[in-house]
Structure formats: structure tokens, C-alpha cells
Design a protein around this ligand. Structure first.
Ligand code: SAM
Ligand code: SF4
Length: 316
């Protein structure tokens, strides 16, 4: 479907849970989030109905996210059913990777084609620090399992955090020479629950300064600016929601685990679809897509996101 600004909206991110087994400092408060009532969250059937409604309006790419989608007990069933919805051509999933050792293969079998795995550092102590509760060994084991499970694409997402991992840009980039995976460096977004201030923001251009060898690569239609290291097995993408926002070509909407459609990650506008039947969901979605805002407004440390939720509650 085309929105009022002529953008073709074909991509939905579905958050299946707000809960997570990690507590990344830029995403979530240390104490976690206040658990919502079970009856306020979308049921599996409602999620699938929403995917069907979205697909009937032209959504062809679906990304399952969270929170941590792999802590959701019925994640395999959700994936299997979502992959089978008519019109859904590409099912992807974003995860912190820690539960992939058991779930990588079943997810692939359930129809997930592409996997994004978050990894901000290759240092054990720094990983424990940034995630507050995580183990790098577990995440690395998960990445290995993903590479063996036959996904069409495995991507690593690294959030750029000044004073934390800017000294590891080279090492993280080297992963694309050693393994058949892509890497995305993502600018840190100033979310309310995030712990890092102005000083931690580093623009994507820092990666270009650090990695003089990077060569431009063919664009793939996504939001990342693509590059490659010579002799690498995968590309390196720079995603700049802050310094060079991509709102003009944004093709996505989001659905939160508690059933709120968000036409823009950084806008406070939300439209509830919990409890609605197919036609009602479709009608709300149609309006939300058409009225998607032109852009997210100023976004920097002085002008934090208006999302009104932490990233784990939106579905980053
Ligand atoms: N738990 C899964 C994971 O970590 O991949 C999926 C949900 S997480 C909210 C999705 C993505 O959002 C992760 O790659 C994470 O690094 C990113 N993210 C969270 N907070 C962010 C922030 N403040 N700025 C930029 N990226 C952020
Ligand atoms: Fe959990 Fe992902 Fe947020 Fe980290 S970024 S706390 S893994 S939801």
C-alpha cells in the first residue's frame, strides 16, 4: 500500500514479547520492564490475524522481534504460521542469539529465512557489562549455530557506542572476512530508557574513517549504506537513523506485543488492534499506513525519541 507521501509500505516488524533474558544498557532498565497482564498482550491467533491483515494490504516482508523473541514459548508456532500467510514472501527474525544453540535449526525449519543477531563487542567482560546479564560465549555459540542452520542470510547488528566499542570497529568488521555473514553498524538512538548520553553517540562516518579499506558495495534496497572489505565473505552496512535519517524511503510499520500499531518508531502515535476481527484490523492498518508521518522529527541527545516506550517494548 502507498502512504500519503507516496512511500510503498511493504515491511512490518512484529514484536512478539517485551520480555528479554538480557538487559542491554541502551535498551532496557536494569530492573527489566513491568510485566503487563497476559490478557493485555496479543494472542498468537491475533498476531497471525494481524499478519494476514497486513499482507492483504501489501506487506510482504515480516520481521519477528521483541524483547527477545526466542524467550517466547510459542515462537516456533508463530513463525511457522506467519511464514505460511499468503503474501508474506520473506520472514526474518532479530535476536540476541543466546538461545540459538537450541533454536536455530527449528527456526529455519519453521520458515525463517534471514536472521539478525545483535553483538556489540567481542570482549567477554564488555559483553557482560553492556548486556548486564549475558555471556559472550553463549551468544557466539548461537552465531555458530545460525551459520550451520542454513539461513539465507545471517547479519550481525552492532550498535556504535562511543567509549565502549569504537575501539572494536576493526575487529567487528573482520568478522565479515572470517565468516559468511554481513555486519551492520547502527547509530545509537537516544531512547528514554537508554543509559548513554550525548558523549556516547558516534556518527556512522566514524566507521568510514576507521576502515579506510572499505569499498562501496551494490545497494540492496535496504536502509543501510553498503560497503565491503576486500576479500570478505559479507558486506558491512552503516545504518544512520540519527545523522542521516531515512524517513523519505521508510517502508515499515511496527506492531507491538500489546497490540499497538506504530507508524513510526519515534512517534508517540499508537493505534490499538487487540480484540479486533480481521476486517477491523485491516481497516485500522489501512488508516495507519496512509497517515504514516513524513519523518520522525529531530532526533539527537537533546531531542530524544518521542516513542514513549523503551526499545524492547517497541520491537527494535
Ligand atoms: N532482543 C533482540 C535483539 O537484541 O536483537 C531483538 C530486539 S532489540 C530491541 C532489536 C535491535 O534494537 C537490537 O539490534 C538492538 O541492538 C537495537 N537497539 C536497542 N536499543 C537501541 C538504541 N537505543 N539504539 C540503537 N539500536 C538499539
Ligand atoms: Fe534484550 Fe535485545 Fe533489548 Fe538487548 S537489545 S535488552 S537483547 S531486547
Amino acid at each position: 500500500m502507498i502512504d500519503q507521501y507516496g512511500r510503498k509500505i511493504s515491511y512490518m516488524r512484529l514484536s512478539v514479547t517485551e520480555l528479554c533474558n538480557l538487559r542491554c544498557r541502551y535498551c532496557m532498565p536494569a530492573e527489566g520492564v513491568c510485566k503487563k497482564r497476559h490478557e493485555d498482550m496479543l494472542t498468537e491467533d491475533e498476531m497471525i490475524r494481524a499478519v494476514e491483515a497486513a499482507a492483504s494490504l501489501g506487506i510482504s516482508k515480516l520481521r519477528i522481534t521483541g524483547g527477545e523473541p526466542l524467550v517466547k514459548k510459542n515462537i516456533l508456532s508463530i513463525c511457522r504460521r506467519a511464514a505460511a500467510v499468503e503474501g508474506i514472501e520473506e520472514l526474518c527474525l532479530t535476536t540476541n542469539g543466546t538461545l540459538l544453540p537450541e533454536l536455530a535449526r527449528p527456526l529455519r525449519e519453521a520458515g525463517v529465512r534471514r536472521l539478525n543477531i545483535s553483538l556489540d563487542t567481542l570482549d567477554r567482560d564488555k559483553y557482560a557489562y553492556i548486556t548486564r546479564t549475558g555471556s559472550l560465549d553463549q551468544a557466539a555459540e548461537g552465531i555458530r549455530a545460525a551459520l550451520e542452520a542454513g539461513f539465507e542470510k545471517v547479519k550481525i547488528n552492532s550498535v556504535l557506542i562511543g567509549g565502549f566499542n569504537d575501539d572494536e570497529i576493526g575487529e567487528l568488521a573482520e568478522l565479515t572476512r572470517r565468516y559468511p555473514l554481513d555486519l551492520r553498524f547502527i547509530e545509537l538512538m537516544p531512547m528514554e530508557a537508554g543509559e548513554f548520553g550525548k558523549k556516547a553517540f558516534i556518527p556512522y562516518t566514524r566507521v568510514l574513517e576507521r576502515l579506510a579499506e572499505l569499498e562501496p558495495a551494490e545497494p540492496d534496497g535496504g536502509v543501510a549504506k553498503l560497503y565491503r572489505l576486500p576479500g570478505s565473505l559479507g558486506n558491512i552496512g552503516l545504518i544512520s537513523p540519527v545523522n542521516a535519517h531515512f524517513c523519505g524511503s521508510c517502508n515499515r510499520i511496527r506492531l507491538t506485543a500489546d497490540g499497538k500499531l506504530k507508524p513510526c518508531l519515534h512517534s508517540s502515535s499508537e493505534y490499538g488492534i487487540k480484540g479486533l476481527d480481521f476486517e477491523q484490523m485491516r481497516s485500522v492498518m489501512e488508516k495507519v499506513i496512509y497517515n504514516k508521518p513524513a519523518w520522525h522529527g529531530l532526533l539527537d541527545a537533546d531531542n530524544p525519541s518521542h516513542a514513549g516506550r523503551s526499545m524492547n517494548q517497541i520491537g527494535g
